[in-house]
Design a protein around this ligand. Structure first.
Ligand SMILES: [Cu+2]
Length: 168
């Protein structure tokens, strides 16, 4: 019978899909955007960057651009070839893999002198394996979405379990 397998697939999708749907969009630097003389490490601190989330770099394209670089280029502000830059002034980068990510501005001395550089750590969206847990309230204030998602997932896991028990 294929129907039982279908229910299992459905149950898994119901649990996983909300975390995709609730992907967060982070405007880098918030109101300040992408600019020199802004502390992007402080900005990034406490944010829970997850696979599927988006970074949005907003800036005046006449004065700035965005390069995705490695850790060495980030530290030493080594600017890659110009054709590797993002330069629309409203660049949206989807975080597709977990791990450390580095971004710098390639214009004049913005990286080296202005500190226009961002380093983040992206976590895997499936990292907290089942069973889903409620996050402690003490965690980052912007985790409201996460709490809702966790609650929803817990509910759906419960429903899926009941459905499976009936089917089996
Ligand atoms: Cu710049």
């Amino acid at each position: 019978m294929a129907s039982k397998q279908m229910y299992v697939v459905l149950a898994v999708m119901v649990v996983i899909l909300p975390s995709v749907a609730l992907a967060t969009e982070y405007v880098v630097g918030d109101d300040k955007g992408w600019t020199p003389n802004f502390d992007y490490q402080t900005w990034a601190a406490g944010k829970d960057f997850t696979v599927g989330d988006n970074l949005v770099f907003k800036y005046d394209a006449a004065f700035h651009d965005v390069f995705k670089v490695n850790g060495t280029a980030f530290k030493d502000c080594i600017i890659p070839p110009a054709n590797e830059s993002l330069n629309t002034g409203n660049d949206i980068i989807t975080l597709v893999t977990p791990g450390r990510k580095w971004y710098i501005c390639g214009k004049s001395d913005h990286c080296a002198k202005g500190g226009q550089k961002l380093a983040i750590t992206v976590s895997d969206s499936l990292a907290p394996a089942s069973p889903p847990q409620w996050r402690p309230e003490a965690e980052a204030p912007n985790s409201a979405n996460g709490i809702v998602a966790a609650g929803y997932q817990a509910l759906m896991v419960g429903i899926a379990a009941i459905v499976l028990m009936i089917m089996v």
